[in-house]
Design a protein around this ligand. Sequence first.
Ligand code: XMP
Length: 517
Amino acid sequence: KILILDFGSQYTQLIARRIREIGVYCEIHPYDCDERFIGEYQPRGVILSGGPETVTQADTPRAPASVFDLNVPVLGICYGMQTMAEQLGGRVDACTHCEFGYAQIRAHGHSRLLSDIEDHATPEGYGLLDVWMSHGDQVTALPPGFKLIASTESAPIAGMADDVRGFYGLQFHPEVTHTRQGKRILERFLKDICGCETLWTPRNIIEDSLQAIRAKVENDRVILGLSGGVDSSVVGALLHKAIGDRLTCVFVDTGLLRLNEGDQVMTTFAQHMGIQVIRINAENRFLQALEGVSDPEQKRKIIGRLFVEIFDEEAGKITDARWLAQGTIYPDVIESAGSKTGKAQVIKSHHNVGGLPEEMNLKLVEPLRELFKDEVRQIGLELGLPYEMVYRHPFPGPGLGVRILGEVKKEYAELLRRADAIFIDELRRHELYDKVSQAFAVFLPVKSVGVMGDGRRYDFVVALRAVETVDFMTARWAHLPYDFLDLVSRRIINEVPGISRVTYDISGKPPATIEWE
Ligand code: XMP
């Protein structure tokens, strides 16, 4: 396994994901974590991430000195290279020319890291690599024992190597896909230099988690709140495989779910997988609690509180349960650790519905705590969950409660569900569903005039929203084909009496959020 020490780069999580994609387990820890921990972790290799600071100042982050005494290879990327150079006796200065974005580097001589890796060969016999750079400082003198392995026009030392100790520094970012040979370079480091085997595969991840779950919960009963979302579904499938019918799932149907969603959850889990699922039909309680409330924040709070209340009531009836399972995943763990230590920037503050019944004294089991979303999806497929469920777009905890603007009414929810189902159905039929990151319909409680045949219509409006995004922090509206939008609009107006106008949301985030409320 590999240890990544985080200096606060935007790309740290990406380094970890790439390494795991290659099949090697790794963890991210802050650069100033306890040195004892580093020893106990026993990494096969260490990666020092990039970061926003500058080593040209004295009080900025440095790698723990012990990292260089572990007798394992170390790869410094960007800031990681600079701090390595500075700490081992080289020199770093501010660049006169900052480099951001695409660059071409020239590979020099022989090194275990870069030899024979190139995008273009030159007549002079050296290789060129297309890479992604972003830095304001650069190494200006190599530390003793190091040789030059890469340079660019403006950064004469863009890569350095000490093959004997296995220390390497790269000024560019091998973890981003713009660095075309990045994966090969990382593979070289992990497999050839650190000697890691590629054992981190979905099947092995599942085997390891099954053992870990069994060892942890022994013969106790576990409760899981099932929402139909990817994470809780995968936890459900995993726990069922680990402990069989000692898993009890509670599924609170808020009445604010998508068309037939509640039935689908029951079919997949209870019918197909034989998991014990208690379905609570709580639509009326939610609608009552939301009556007369139109403020978005208030609606969110009411839905969240009621959800916890109902979940607790049901969970409390399962008196022999000792554990509560949760679908926490690795980015949540890194982000909450990051916000405590102030290292990684908080990327998204989650507003999830659900909570821990405190007075019940349940212990937590979180089998996905070490996994990235793509890994969760892969093991979900491996566990036999349907592709459509595993790759479903995200759905907010408060559900249609935040997609019906203003006061929530049963009638509105039913209209919205039907319109949304048509939109999603057509996206799938036109193979556009997987091309957008999230798509849904929003119910606008305003009426507009229309004409149908000879009659006048005075009905509600639905807005369609589809976005493309990587991290859901920023998003661009999806440029869906006009013909496609035309078809969806006509189907909705013809098939959903009560809706006479369809609009398409062409706002980006920022400033418009993805959800309307
Ligand atoms: P916004 O609307 O903030 O949404 O641009 C970003 C992403 O988060 C989802 N979202 C939520 N997810 N509970 C959730 O679990 C919530 O309360 C919630 N609100 C928004 C939204 O669907 C989008 O994917």
